[in-house]
Design a protein around this ligand. Sequence first.
Ligand code: GLC
Length: 613
Amino acid sequence: MKKGNQIFEERLERHIDELKWLYMELYDNQGFFDDLLSRLRQFYEERSLPLKKLDQEREKDPGWYRKNGMLGMMLYVDQFAGDLKGVRKKLDYIKRCNVNYVHLMPLLDTVEGRSDGGYAVADFRKVQEKLGTMEDLEKLADQCHKQGVSLCLDFVMNHTSEDHKWAKKARAGKQEYKDRYFFFDNYSMPAMYEKTVPQVFPTTAPGNFTYLPDMQEFVMTSFYPYQWDLNYRNPVVFNEMMYNFLYLANRGIDVLRIDAVPYIWKQVGTDCRNLPQVHTIVRMMRMIGEIVCPGIVLLGEVVMEPEKVAPYFGTVEKPECHMLYNVTTMATTWHTVATGDVRLLKRQMEIISSLPSDYTFLNYLRCHDDIGWGLDYPLLESWGMYQVPHKKYLNDYFTGKWQDSVSRGELYNEDLVTGDARFCGTTASMCGVEKAGFEQDEEATDAAIQMDVMLHAYMLFLSGIPMLYSGDEIGQVNDYTYKNDPNKAADSRYIHRGKFQWNLVDNISHPDTVQGKLFGRLDQLEKIRGQEKAFDASAGFWTLETWDNAVLGLAREGKDGKLVGLFNFSGEPRVAWIDEGDGEYQDLLTGAVMKASGVRVDGHGFYWLKRMA
Ligand code: GLC
C-alpha cells in the first residue's frame, strides 16, 4: 500500500516542473509559489479518506464522467426543495429522473438584491443561511456519493461580490485589498478599456466600470456593478482563489463549474476575453486539481463562438477543462426550431464530430441563462439569412409575435441602440406547452409535447453529457411571478428559473397528463441511453445526409453497434433518405424492425434506430 504522502509526492512530481514554469511566467514570485505548494500539501492532508479513495478510483477510470449512463440536472436548491436538507430528501426523485449528476446552482453566501442569482459571492466558504450550512453540503455530497450521484458546484472566480471581505477592506481604502481588484481614480483608463471591451449586460448593467461616490474612484465591473472583477495579475488573488477552490473540493464536490472563465484576465486595448493568460491559469488549475483532488472534473463556462470554446480543452499533453458547454449547438438548435432548416445544425454537428473524442461537451436545450444568438452568420448570410433581420425573426418567433409561432417567452438585455436582444423561456414554453395549455387545446398540447420530446431525444443523442434543467422533465412553463419581486423584476432570466412544481410530479404516473406523457417518454429514452454503449462519449459520432433540409441525421458507433438518429424539425411528415441505411435496423423505442433509409418521420417526430447484427 502506498502511503498518503507518497501518493501526493508522486502527483506533485508529475506536474511540478510545468506548474512552476507557468507560475513563474505569470508571477515570477518564488515566495508565493512556495506558499502555494505548502497549501496544496495541507489541502491534500485535510482531504477525507473516502474522497481520497474516490480520487484513486477515478484516476484508474479517467472516463468515469463520460459514460453513456451519465445524465445531469441543474437546479436551484431553494426553488427545488427549499434548502440543502430538502435536496437530500428529494434524492429519490432525482434518481427517478435517471439523473446521476446534479448541478446545484450557486449556493454560497450572497446579499439578497445584489446577488445575480448567487453569482455575486460574498464568502466562498459559507453557504447562504437560508439554504443551510457547509455541513449540510458535505452531508448531501456524502449521501449523493452513496447513491451514485455526482455533485457540481459553481466556482465564480472572475469576481467577488462588493460584500466580500476583500471588497469591504478595499472600500475602506486598504491598498493591499484594492490591489486585488481594478481601481482607477479617474476615468481615463476605464475610457481606454471601454473602447475595446464589449458589454455583458448592455441594458441591465451597461459599461464595464462602476463609480463609487464614497471613494471617488472607479472599479471594474464587467457584470453587475456589485460584482467586482478580481485582478489575477496579483499572485495573492490567484493563490487565495485556488485555496477557495480546494476548500470546496474537499467538501465533496465532484464537478467544479468555472464560471465566466474567459473574462478572468484583463488587458487594455483588447476585448478582455480569452487572453492567453486565461489558459495559463486554467492549465494551472487543472494541475492543482490533479495533484490534490484528481477525482474532480473541471467544467468551463465558455459562452463564446466555437473557435474560442475548443481551446479550453487544452491539448492531449496539456489538458485544461474536462468538459465544456456545447453553447453554439444549443443556440443553433433553437434557430433550427424556428426555421425548420437543419443545414446550420448539421454544419455545427460536423464541427463537433471533427474534434477529438477526448473532448467532452455538456449538451443542453437551455440553462438558467438567456439564449444568445451566437450563430455562424457568415454561413447563414450565404444562404440569405442576414444577421439583423434574422435575429429579429428569432426573437419575434420565440416571443410568440410571429404568426405561426407557438413559443412564449421574453427578450433579455434588448439593446435599443443596436436592436440586438437575447431570449428567455423554459423548454416547454418554447415548444408551445404554455400556449396550448392556456388555450386548452389538446391537439396543440400533444404537438407541443411531441416537439419537446423530439428535442430531448436529439439532445440525448449528441456526443457528450446531456443535462436537463429541473422542471423541464415535467414540462414546466414560464414563471412570471419574478415581475413582482423588485430584486428580480429587471432580469427576465428569472422567467425560466421558477419554483419546481411538486404538485405536477403527482401526474407523472397518469399518461393522460402533460407530465405523464413527457416524463414517461423521456424516461424511456434515458433508460435506453444508459444501456447503449454507443452513447458513451468516447463512441464515434457523425452526421448523415438525409436529403431533406428539415431532417437531421446523426450516427453513433460504440462497442455494441451502430445507431442512427433521425430528427424532423418541421411540423410536417418528411421522408429521410440516407446513404448508410443498408441492412436491417431496430427501432429502439418500439422494437420494430425496419430499414433506416426511406423512413417517413412524423412532424417533429424522430427515430432512434440500431443496426441489427
Ligand atoms: C455566468 C452565469 C450567469 C452570471 C454570470 C456572472 O455567465 O451563468 O448567470 O450572470 O456568469 O457571474
